[in-house]
Write a protein that binds this ligand. Structure first.
Ligand code: HEC
Length: 265
């Protein structure tokens, strides 16, 4: 008798559970449909809600996304609004140049610019020596005279055959590279007058030894002065197509680094 009653209760339980799960299933299916048909914007798809039927909405005019205020426009663009409406470049760093900034600039320059401009900035990097359009020589009169922000601008937008480096270098890094290029330029054209009073000038040999470099480092370096013509520059007949025009431009010589006077007081 006892067992029979238990059996009956069991059956009732099973039936209730089955009914409950069937109801749950029905409910779930119903919900699922509702979720599928909910009114929402799907990326890259049209929408009936807006007059122009575009799901993706343009930024509302005169609004700024969080974190993109960019109040310091010179820092981000390298130009200022000139008097007559032209955008002008400036010979100005937007933040103080410290040794840390220069080291960062040197590191980024060596990674991104040396392939074409070379480590010394004479525009005869490895890629140019293999036939790429000669890159700017930062030590010629034209480039020495360019304002600092011109370098920032060129890195941001590219220049002629040179691609831009806006994706690889943050604005801060672009300024650091520009500052480092100025240091490179000074390294070839500084005079004792440029040295602040009270600063000791070491000879190149002393500096080399200090940095664990061979003494020959202090001797003038031999740098390539003409590009090696790769097959890319040959015409079908095999004659260098652009050699005369380009080799004319390639007569760049970097003044040999002379050992600085031992010490200036
Ligand atoms: C792929 C090769 C290449 C790389 C890498 C490259 N450049 Fe250039 N750059 C060139 C070429 C080529 C020119 C000359 C463009 C022309 O005259 O068409 C040039 C010109 C320039 C100029 C001169 C613009 C002027 O007004 O005459 C500057 C400044 C410059 N590059 C800076 C840089 C900096 C800084 C970097 C590294 C972030 C860099 N370049 C990396 C190829 C390169």
């Amino acid at each position: 008798m006892q067992a029979n009653r238990l059996n009956k209760m069991g059956r009732i339980l099973v039936r209730t559970a089955t009914a409950a799960s069937a109801a749950a299933l029905l409910l779930a299916v119903g919900c699922r449909q509702d979720m599928h048909n909910q009114p929402k914007l799907i990326p890259q798809r049209g929408s009936e809600m807006f007059a122009d039927h575009r799901g993706a909405r343009p930024q509302v005019l005169n609004t700024v996304a969080r974190g993109q205020l960019r109040e310091d426009s010179y820092f981000y663009t390298g130009v200022v609004q000139g008097a007559n409406g032209y955008r002008e470049e400036q010979n100005l760093m937007p933040f103080p140049v410290t040794m840390e900034v220069l080291k960062r600039g040197q590191e980024r320059y060596n990674i991104y610019c040396t392939p074409c401009h070379s480590r010394v900035g004479n525009g005869l990097g490895e890629i140019v020596q293999r036939g790429y359009k000669p890159a700017a020589n930062f030590h010629d009169q034209v480039h020495l005279a360019q304002p600092l922000s011109h370098y920032f601008y060129v890195m941001t937008h590219g220049y002629g055959a040179m691609p831009d480096y806006a994706a690889q270098l943050t604005p801060e890094d672009r300024w650091a590279v520009a500052a480092y290029i100025r240091a490179l330029q000074l390294s070839q054209s500084a005079t004792l007058q440029d040295v602040p009073t009270g600063v000791q000038v070491k000879s190149l040999e002393e500096a080399a030894v200090e940095h664990d470099l061979p003494k020959s480092y202090a001797q003038p370096w031999t740098l390539p002065t003409t590009a090696v013509w790769g097959p890319a520059l040959s015409t079908k007949e095999g004659t260098p197509a652009m050699a005369p025009a380009i080799s004319g431009q390639l007569k760049v010589t970097i003044p040999a680094s002379k050992p600085a006077p031992a010490a200036a007081k």
